[in-house]
Write a protein that binds this ligand. Structure first.
Ligand SMILES: Nc1ncnc2c1ncn2[C@@H]1O[C@H](COP(=O)(O)OP(=O)(O)O)[C@@H](O)[C@H]1O
Ligand SMILES: [Mg+2]
Length: 295
């Protein structure tokens, strides 16, 4: 029998509610799936035909260990090279250089002056280049420049690269954030995610691992879909066929004529929530994409 590991973290030994839909869908295809904690030394990863990265949300802060685990855990999806690339948002610079529309982003590595990265921006966001679940992401008003510099400095002091972006208001007063979920190379479904830096104190919806997200199924606009398809084609060209990918887009900076075409906020090839349960046939499409790898 084919046996698949669904990699998770200690806090979620049985996976989250949504990823618990994967095993039954695989079982229907004759594939047995078991959750396994990525940093549990007792797990024999090579005993599995495939290791699928899922709820490994505790890796920020020890990304190197996570990537070393992935590189040595047998057949892992998404592949280790894609995991390395996607877990550091400096990839936004590469996508921009390739002519793809992304949130305008500046980076300040430890030792670099964060003031330079803030120049010319009003309301802005400072966040770590390696991070999940909005942890460490903060929004600052134009009048809070000193706090923004201090937050960037604190991230740098932890050895992290700080990212600076304009706060794009379209996440709350426009179309908002759309996550485009690709399964087996095709756009499967999309969801809308409420604004996470919208002004409520983070503690009201934090649970330690990630900020709780308000999510609803949505039909992407043609423009959102087109951006997603372009970026998906780019990452597929780079890393080969990927059984899953999530590309998050938000309305871009508004031009003088009112255009706020979607731009990429994140390309998630490691451990994104796939919101399988929001889409009829979602778990089955993911199972089929995994089964295709197993031939
Ligand atoms: N530049 C931005 N403008 C507006 N909202 C932002 C911006 N950057 C992040 N956010 C908000 O913070 C959330 C988390 O940021 P994101 O870049 O997606 O990092 P993470 O990897 O932690 O999900 C987003 O879902 C969005 O609500
Ligand atoms: Mg995000």
């Amino acid at each position: 029998m084919t046996h698949v590991a669904l990699a998770t973290c200690r806090e979620l030994p049985q996976l989250d509610d949504d990823d618990r839909l994967i095993a039954p869908a695989l079982a229907a295809l004759g594939i047995e799936a078991t959750p396994a904690i990525w940093d549990d030394p007792a797990v024999v990863w090579h005993a599995f035909d495939l290791v699928v990265v899922r709820n490994t949300w505790d890796y920020p802060g020890r990304r190197e260990a996570f990537l070393a685990w992935a590189a040595g855990a047998g057949r892992v999806v998404n592949p280790a090279a894609a995991l390395a690339w996607t877990t550091d948002k400096r990839y936004l610079g590469e996508l921009a250089a390739a002519g793809l529309p992304v949130v305008p982003t500046r980076f300040a590595a430890p030792g670099e002056d964060p003031e330079t990265a803030l120049e010319g921006l009003g309301e802005l966001v400072v966040k770590p280049s390696v991070g999940v679940g909005s942890i460490g992401a903060r929004r600052f008003a134009a009048s809070e420049r000193a706090d923004a510099v201090a937050h960037a400095g604190a991230l740098q002091g932890d050895g992290r690269v700080a990212m600076v972006q304009p706060y794009l208001r379209g996440v709350e007063d426009g179309r908002g954030e759309t996550a485009l979920i690709f399964l087996g190379g095709e756009l499967s479904h999309a969801i809308h995610k409420g604004p996470l830096l919208g002004g409520e104190p983070a503690e009201t919806f934090a649970d330690g691992l990630y900020l709780l997200e308000r999510v609803a199924s949505r039909r992407p606009t043609d423009a959102e879909r087109a951006v997603g398809e372009r970026v998906h084609a780019w990452v597929t060209e780079r890393f080969g066929a990927l059984p899953y990918a999530r590309i998050d887009v938000i309305p871009g900076p508004r031009t003088p004529d009112g255009d706020d075409a979607p731009v990429v906020l994140e390309v998630e090839l490691a451990e994104p929530s796939l919101f399988l349960g929001t889409s009829a046939g979602g778990p089955e499409r993911f199972a089929a994409a995994l089964a295709a790898l197993l031939g």
